[in-house]
Design a protein around this ligand. Structure first.
Ligand code: NDP
Ligand code: 8X3
Length: 250
């Protein structure tokens, strides 16, 4: 039987690449994001391959998140796979000069948003005693780098929450894991640097991971046999050795 996946942050980067590989393998899709025109264009691109439904909501808005997920038509209500991917960094500043708005955004989206979506989806999984949740963490959730303070904190929280989910959902046979990439060339840096020219240099001088590289690992995790759970993956591009060591071509 065809599975159904709900993917947050499906309008760009890693999330959008994941929608394509899932569609290719016939997984029904619930695409989530705030940019309706992007949701429409991804839906249009995929609807020849699989059944697609879109949900437009901001994961920071607890009420809208629950309303959106409760509004799913019957044929999309049984969510087998949840990909908690929506998130971003906002700013790259030392702790003494960081912006409160940036801190709120990162904690509200990367941590609380992930929790709201999970809270809305998990009851169906526990009731059916099946399901799989993949949280997109980061190498920043394993290693703090200069000026990364709150973003790294939000991704460390994602890892801790992932471990907690895995323990608590284990009696229900629900798989939980985290996939933690290093530098991936997406709109991530445009958001982090708020459109500033600094964003243009982040992926210059080396070959960063591409969103499709991460999507392939996500698909690998969801296509394992029932008894196999990919619990934690750290992946870097070859040029990256750690959060701070990236070999750039001179
Ligand atoms: P993008 O900026 O390309 O995509 C971010 C996605 O998140 C968009 O689809 C955006 O959709 C969605 N999103 C952002 N804020 C909200 C919100 N408030 N409510 C709902 N959706 C939201 O970045 P990436 O693809 O790189 O990022 C995806 C995930 O991967 C993030 O969790 C990020 O932290 C993580 N990551 C990224 C790395 C990188 O180097 N790029 C490395 C490691 C992890 P919309 O704007 O339409 O709402
Ligand atoms: C995104 C990768 O190194 O910018 O999580 O934190 S990094």
């Amino acid at each position: 039987m065809k599975k159904t996946a709900l993917i947050t942050g499906a309008t760009s980067g890693i999330g959008r690449a994941t929608t394509h590989i899932f569609a290719k393998h016939g997984i029904n899709l619930i695409l989530c994001g705030r940019r309706q025109e992007r949701l429409n264009s991804v839906q249009k691109a995929l609807s020849r391959e699989t059944d697609v439904h879109t949900l437009n909501f901001d994961v920071r808005d607890r009420k809208k998140t629950f309303e959106a997920i409760a509004s799913l038509p019957k044929e999309f209500q049984n969510i087998d796979i949840l990909i908690n991917n929506a998130g971003n960094a906002h700013g790259l500043d030392p702790i003494q000069s960081g912006s409160l708005d940036d801190w709120d955004a990162m904690m509200d989206i990367n941590v609380k948003g992930l929790l709201y979506v999970s809270k809305a989806v998990i009851p169906g999984m526990t009731e059916r005693k099946s399901g799989q949740i993949i949280n997109i963490g980061s190498s920043a959730g394993k290693e703090v780098y200069p000026n990364g303070n709150v973003y790294c904190g939000s991704k460390h929280a994602v890892l801790a929450i992932t471990e907690g989910m895995r323990i608590d959902l284990n009696p229900f046979g629900i798989k939980v894991g985290a996939i933690n990439p290093g530098l991936v060339e997406t709109e991530f840096s445009k958001v982090r640097f708020k459109g500033d020219a600094a964003a243009d240099n982040v992926y210059k001088g080396y070959k960063a991971l591409q969103p499709e590289d991460v999507a392939e690992v996500i698909y690998f995790a969801v296509s394992r046999p029932a008894h196999v759970n990919i619990a934690d993956v750290l992946m870097f591009c070859t040029a990256q050795a750690s959060s701070t060591i990236v070999k750039k071509e001179l």
